[in-house]
Design a protein around this ligand. Structure first.
Ligand SMILES: Nc1ncnc2c1ncn2[C@@H]1O[C@H](COP(=O)(O)OP(=O)(O)OP(=O)(O)O)[C@@H](O)[C@H]1O
Ligand SMILES: [Mg+2]
Length: 376
């Protein structure tokens, strides 16, 4: 059992609160990802878990054991940094063997373990090479083999793919994930890449200013963000601000324009001014019906980049060319088919396609709306 637990952990550098009262529990075998803007405390948090830095306050437990004041070397933690930090004068074999030599492992076992670790990252054939004779992805895999060779209790990865180009990134990302699953090792990874975090992790920890904003499954963090910051940070978001109105089991956001937009019921303590978020993919693409219809003058359009725009300003561009639409809601069912949208010509086929559109009516019904109180 190798859980990682942080209890009210802080790390202050003078007036800077790099990590501020963070509490978190990562379960055995879990793959947790830490996301947050630059300077939000991600590396500091990993350093505290690894024992490279000592906390100003709070306690850290690994596998139920209090390691707050235990030196890094005694924590049995595997670490991979963004820069591979390989020893340039050593061969791949010796680089991977290094943690075993530090632990004074017997020669026979050392050889066996290093071979095993190199096989895990498919680099058996490269054991005799020096780092400069390897590609970036191969070097990162050596760093990974070095981090797991001594069978660490937990694996900490600080932007391990940051230096790789997109294709390599995807390749090594997949390998890390497979390796993690095969070894069943509790893993905490820092990344700037939201896609990576959303697609690979069991849970996401969003940091901001040294504090935890949300700890949740990727799906919940994305579709039910608990704050505007999280909603904005994780992908494209359209925001609707207004006041929350509850009537029986139904809820709606009353916008400043007076429109009421139905929304999913938020947490019981959310009231007053609220902000709803609508993800672009919750608004389905549709093809225009052949016959044009009169546009709904009060409906709104959503631009391709996801931003809402005023229909009035867009009108000249699509006058006379609005069409009927069929809406499909994520929760199933179909919406009104009388919404206006600006049809675009598909340059390849010459077909007319509706721009993703939104209406004041029921477009948001069934869509996932994350609500949070915003300051009045
Ligand atoms: N040794 C230090 N002395 C003083 N301030 C520090 C020290 N280490 C980190 N900080 C500060 O703590 C804050 C958090 O830093 P940290 O390196 O944890 O951020 P990060 O989230 O990893 O950022 P990035 O995404 O840029 O790597 C920053 O404001 C940073 O300047
Ligand atoms: Mg960092």
């Amino acid at each position: 059992m190798t859980t990682v637990e942080l209890n009210q952990v802080s790390k202050h550098y003078g007036p800077i609160h790099a990590v501020d009262r963070i509490s978190l529990r990562v379960e055995t075998g879990e793959y947790a990802t830490i996301l947050g803007p630059s300077g939000s405390g991600k590396t500091t948090m990993l350093s505290l878990i690894a024992g490279i830095a000592a906390p100003t306050a709070g306690s850290i437990l690994i596998g139920g054991r209090d390691v707050t004041w235990l030196p890094a070397a005694q924590r049995n933690v595997g670490l991979v940094f963004q820069s591979y930090a390989l020893f340039p004068h050593m061969t791949v074999f010796d680089n991977v063997a290094f943690p075993m030599r530090v632990r004074r492992t017997r020669q026979v076992e050392l050889r066996h373990r290093v071979d095993e670790a190199l096989a895990l990252v498919r680099l058996e054939a490269f054991a005799g090479r020096k780092p400069h004779q390897l590609s970036g992805g191969q070097q990162q895999r050596v760093a990974l083999a070095r981090a797991v060779v001594f069978k660490p209790d937990i694996l900490l990865l600080d932007e391990p793919l940051g230096a790789l180009d997109r294709k390599l990134r995807e390749e090594v990302r997949g390998e890390i994930h497979q390796l993690q699953r095969r070894l069943g090792i509790t893993t905490i990874m820092v990344t700037h890449d939201q896609d990576e975090a959303l697609s690979l992790s069991d849970r996401i920890v969003v940091l901001h200013g040294g504090r935890v904003q949300q700890i949740d499954t990727p799906i919940n963090a994305y579709h039910r963000p608990n704050s505007r910051f999280v909603a904005d940070f994780l992908g494209l978001a359209n925001f609707l601000e207004g006041s929350l109105e509850r009537s029986g089991g139904d809820c709606a956001i009353r916008l400043a324009s007076g429109e009421a937009v139905p929304c999913a019921a938020p947490a019981a303590d959310v009231a007053g001014r609220v902000c709803g978020v609508l993800r672009p993919e919750d608004i389905h693409q549709w093809r225009c019906a052949r016959h044009a219809r009169r546009p709904d003058r009060r409906s709104r359009l959503l631009r391709r980049d996801g931003s809402l725009c005023d229909r009035a300003r867009e009108r000249p561009a699509h006058r006379g060319a609005c069409a009927g639409l069929a809406l499909a809601f994520p929760g199933g069912g179909r919406g009104p088919s009388r919404l206006g949208a600006r049809p675009d010509l598909d340059p390849a086929t010459g077909e007319r396609r509706g721009v993703t559109g939104a209406s004041r009516l029921a477009l948001f019904q069934g869509a996932s709306i994350g609500e949070t109180a915003v300051s009045p």
